[in-house]
Ligand binder design. Structure first.
Ligand SMILES: Nc1ncnc2c1ncn2[C@@H]1O[C@H](COP(=O)(O)OP(=O)(O)O)[C@@H](O)[C@H]1O
Ligand SMILES: [Mg+2]
Length: 339
C-alpha cells in the first residue's frame, strides 16, 4: 500500500479499527499526546475534536498529523514486507586460496538450512561474510551472491544489506544495562513489531527453553551467562528479525539446546547458514557445504542414511552431556557410567 492508499484507509475506518489492525499506531498517538482521542470516528473527524493548541505544540496542523500518521503506517508496512524479499539466494563460485576456480552455482530457497563445515582456517567465516556483504566479485574470494536470481547494484546492496541478513556472531556484547524484558521491548519496537507485549513474552519463553539454565525476565542482560545470552539472541532473531537470511557462526560451545535452536530457526521460513563442527547440527540441515583451502569443495544433500544416524549421535551427545554435568558437580567418572 502507498501513502495514498493509507490515507484512504485511515479516512474510511474508525480509528479504533485502525488500531486493531496496527496496534503499533498507539505509540504514534502517545508521542503526540493524542492517547485520549476518540476511537469511535475516523482519524480526520477524531482530530477535529482535538484542541488546535495540543497540535500546535508539535508544530503541526490536523492535516499534518494525518499525513504523518499515514507515513508511519506505510513505514511499518514496508518493514513487514521486507520479510518476503528473499525467496532464494545464489552463490556463484569464485576462487579458493590456491586461485583454483570453485565451479559452483548453488541456489538456496527460503526455508532451507545449510551447514558449512571444514577445518579451522579453511574459510567458513569467509563464506558467511561474503553472504553478509552480498559480495559482487569484490571480496578476496571473488564470489558473487544473487538474490532471487539477480545481481545487486551498489544502491540495492546498500539498501538490502542492513535488512536482508542477520548475523548471530560468536560473542554478544550488550552495550546497555537493560533487563531481558527491556532489551526485548526495545527490539520489538525498533523492528516495529505489531504486538510488542505478546512477542516479548514469546521470545522470552523461547529463550528460556533454549537455555540450559533458566533465567527471569527481570535479569539484567549483562548478568546472563554465555549460553543464556546466546539463547536470547537466537530467540530474538527467530521471532523478531525481519531478515530473511540468518548466518550463525559456530554456536557449539554456547551451552544451549542446539537441536532446538536449529529447529526453531528452521521453522521460521528463512534461509539459514550455520558454520559448525557439530554433527548434530550439520546433519539436521538440508544441505552441507564443505570448505577446503578457502573454496567450496563439495555440496552434500543430506540423505536418509545420514539422517538415520542422528538418533545414535544424539545418544552419544546425551552421554557426553551427562559426563560434563558429573564433572561439574565434582563426581567421579567411571566406566560403569558408559554401559
Ligand atoms: N577463497 C579465499 N581466498 C583468499 N582468502 C581466503 C579465502 N577463503 C578464506 N580466506 C581467508 O582465510 C582466512 C581463514 O578463513 P576463515 O573464514 O576465518 O576460516 P574458518 O572460519 O573456517 O576458521 C581468512 O583470513 C580468510 O579471509
Ligand atoms: Mg570461523
Amino acid at each position: 500500500m502507498s501513502v495514498k492508499d493509507f490515507i484512504n484507509y485511515v479516512r474510511s475506518k474508525n480509528l479504533g479499527d485502525v488500531l486493531q489492525d496496527y496496534p503499533i499506531a498507539k505509540d504514534f498517538l502517545a508521542n503526540f499526546r493524542l492517547d485520549g482521542i476518540t476511537k469511535a470516528l475516523p482519524l480526520p473527524q477524531a482530530l477535529a475534536t482535538v484542541e488546535e493548541e495540543t497540535l500546535d505544540e508539535f508544530g503541526l496542523n490536523r492535516e499534518g498529523v494525518l499525513l504523518k500518521f499515514c507515513l508511519f503506517l506505510e513505514d511499518f508496512a514496508q518493514a513487514e514486507e521486507a520479510t518476503g524479499t528473499a525467496a532464494s539466494l545464489t552463490i556463484l563460485g569464485g576462487f579458493n586460496k590456491l586461485k583454483e576456480p570453485e565451479n559452483i552455482n548453488l541456489t538456496i530457497a527460503s526455508g532451507e538450512v545449510v551447514s558449512v563445515v571444514g577445518p579451522t582456517g579453511s574459510g567458513k567465516s569467509r563464506l558467511l561474510s561474503d553472504i553478509e556483504c552480498l559480495a559482487q566479485r569484490d571480496t578476496p574470494t571473488g564470489r558473487q551472491i544473487l538474490i532471487n536470481g539477480a545481481a545487486l547494484d551498489e544502491l540495492q546492496r546498500f539498501e538490502m544489506g542492513g535488512k536482508l541478513v542477520a548475523q548471530l556472531s560468536q560473542n554478544m556484547n550488550f552495550v546497555m544495562d537493560l533487563t531481558v524484558r527491556e532489551f526485548l521491548e526495545m527490539h520489538a519496537k525498533g523492528r516495529l513489531a505489531k504486538n510488542t507485549g505478546e512477542i516479548v513474552e514469546k521470545c522470552f519463553l523461547c529463550a528460556n527453553e533454549l537455555a540450559g539454565e533458566k533465567f527471569s525476565i527481570d535479569t539484567k542482560v549483562t548478568q546472563l551467562s554465555g549460553g543464556q545470552s546466546r539463547a536470547l539472541m537466537i530467540a530474538d532473531t527467530a521471532n523478531m528479525s525481519n531478515s530473511p537470511v540468518i548466518l550463525i557462526d559456530e554456536i557449539e560451545n554456547a551451552g544451549i539446546d542446539r537441536r532446538q535452536a536449529v529447529e526453531l530457526l528452521a521453522k521460521s521460513e528463512k534461509i539459514i547458514f550455520i558454520s559448525t563442527h557439530d554433527p548434530l547440527l550439520a546433519l539436521r540441515a538440508d544441505k552441507r557445504i564443505v570448505i577446503k583451502n578457502g573454496g567450496i569443495d563439495k555440496v552434500i544433500e543430506i540423505c536418509e542414511a545420514e539422517r538415520k544416524s542422528l538418533a545414535a549421535i544424539e545418544r552419544i551427545d546425551h552421554t557426553l552431556q551427562m559426563l560434563r554435568n558429573r564433572l561439574r558437580t565434582g563426581e567421579i567418572i567411571t566406566e560403569e557410567l558408559l554401559k
